[in-house]
Design a protein. Structure first.
Length: 121
């Protein structure tokens, strides 16, 4: 079976990047493709609990990303990205795990296809 890794290196709000990545993850998982998501850089903010995007008139991704578990999509966050942004493990939504850079590189090598979502900034 083919395995797809979706890397999200974009914050949850301000652009449509994280929402579009969610739609791709949902679609791949819904088709039965073994799919994994790696949040890194500002993508780590996607995994943050207690988001209040309605204050900027956006829909919450805090509830969306955990729902991907229904499609067997696994979500990981890069440890270094959490540390750089001062995010603690207890402040995260339910995810599969936190990976160090070396483990993230191994994860990339294990997948047949890697799709990258970045904010471009």
């Amino acid at each position: 079976m083919k395995k797809v890794l979706v890397i999200v290196d974009a914050g949850p709000y301000g652009t449509a990047t994280a929402a579009e990545a969610y739609r791709v993850l949902q679609g791949l998982g819904g088709m039965g493709i073994e799919t994994t998501c790696l949040l890194l850089g500002d993508g780590a903010f996607i995994a943050l609990k207690n988001q209040k995007p309605e204050e900027i008139e956006m829909q919450s991704l805090e509830r969306a990303y955990p729902s991907l578990k229904e499609f067997a999509v696994k979500i990981f966050v890069l440890e270094e990205s959490l540390k750089e942004r001062g995010i603690k493990e207890e402040d995260l939504i339910q995810i599969e795990g936190i990976l160090k850079a070396e483990s993230a590189r191994e994860l990339m090598d294990e997948h047949h296809c890697v799709i990258n979502f970045t904010s471009g900034s």
